[in-house]
Design a protein around this ligand. Structure first.
Ligand code: NDP
Length: 336
């Protein structure tokens, strides 16, 4: 018989960072674990996600998602196995996806977990290529940028969790040329293996030069994960009626001062550009469509999602810190 744990370890916010987060901003603690009440399940978390948006939640500022609170546990995507259940809908042994990461065990209402099929894909895939980051790539390309067959696509942060999927899905949807930028030679090489037509290392080549060399005829869609110099260069390089899916601005998340906008924004007028921000959560209706299509693309080899694993809850803060510095290829995850 499995013993039901009565305590667990979790990570709380010890202090708010100024600039890049450090280990001192996090604290690990052991807390009592309540037995599940009626309708609840107890999950042994096996893998948790660290994501760039969590950096914003470490600030005490109003945003689309509530800030983390000092001395309170962090949260975020996680997968695990149900070890105790008081819900008929989610039995013991089920593998589930939920939002209480940053801890080894979670007790939560069964309605807040999604049962996942670990025969179809490893549980970790539901945090990446089949999960939130994969869906972000899909909605950005389809609903936001309205990608059409034959168009040229540029993706920044291309070797990350969202970026890897953007390039491959763009190809699967019939894009013409697809190019990306990333922060190391190894990442650039990996992008070519994944079917990108070209890629450059933005730490060695300016974005403007990289685009001029790889796509001299311009781009139709820019999928922006980075902001800053990438966005400015892309605006300069977009063709008439080009579209920007404004997904993220990771180059700015650790900045301590407000960052200036692109200096060439007025080019959007003459070119008739559309710059559209979005959150994946704005498009819940596309989740099932994406899951079905992505499962088929994974099966026929058109889609792959790399994973970079760190080990243990103690390693989670450093995994998050390193994610913002580019230590990951594909999805950054922590095995618990
Ligand atoms: P990634 O896996 O892409 O990890 C972050 C990456 O950012 C790093 O690997 C690093 O790669 C890159 N990076 C860090 N600093 C810089 C910089 N100064 N300039 C350029 N690149 C930098 O994370 P995700 O795939 O999870 O997220 C990608 C983006 O999408 C983020 O901006 C995130 O906030 C956003 N996002 C938005 C969502 C939405 O609903 N709108 C949902 C999910 C994510 P490198 O080595 O190449 O520098």
């Amino acid at each position: 018989m499995t013993t039901i744990p009565t305590a667990t370890r979790q990570i709380v916010l010890a202090s708010r960072p100024h600039g890049a987060p450090t280990a001192e901003n996090f604290r690990i603690e052991t807390v009592e674990l309540p037995a599940p009440a009626a309708g609840q399940v107890l999950v042994r978390n096996t893998v948790m996600s660290v994501d760039p948006y969590m950096r914003g939640r470490m600030n005490d500022t109003k945003s689309y998602v509530a800030p983390f609170q000092i001395d309170a546990p962090l949260d975020g995507g996680a997968v695990g196995a149900v070890v105790a259940s008081r819900s008929d809908a989610v039995p013991v042994g089920a593998h589930v996806l939920h939002g209480l990461g940053w801890r080894e065990h979670a007790v939560l209402p069964a309605e807040n977990v999604t049962v996942i099929d670990t025969d179809a894909a490893p549980a970790s895939a539901y945090l990446g290529v089949l999960g939130m980051t994969g869906l972000t790539a899909y909605v950005g390309l389809t609903a936001v940028a309205e990608l059409r067959a034959g168009e040229t696509v540029f993706v920044s942060g291309a070797a990350g969790a969202v970026g890897q999927v953007v390039g491959q899905v763009a190809k699967a949807l019939g894009a013409g040329r697809v190019v990306g930028s990333a922060g190391s030679a190894a990442k650039v090489e990996r992008l070519r293996e994944l079917g990108y037509d070209g890629a450059f290392n933005y730490r060695e080549t300016s974005v403007r030069k990289g685009l001029s060399e790889l796509v001299p005829d311009g781009i139709d869609v820019y999928f922006d994960n980075v902001g800053g110099d990438h966005l400015e260069a892309a605006i300069g390089h977009l063709n008439r009626f080009g579209r920007v899916a404004m997904c993220g601005a990771v180059s700015q998340y650790n900045k301590t001062e407000p960052t200036p906008g692109p200096r060439n924004l007025a080019l959007a007028i003459g070119k008739g550009l559309t710059l559209r921000g979005f959150l994946v959560g704005h498009f819940p209706d596309l989740a099932e469509e994406y899951r079905t299509r992505a499962t088929a693309w994974l099966a026929d080899g058109r889609l792959q999602g790399d994973e970079t694993f760190r080990e243990g809850l103690d390693g989670a803060p450093q995994a998050f810190i390193d994610l913002l510095e580019g230590a990951n290829t594909g999805k950054m995850l922590v095995r618990l």
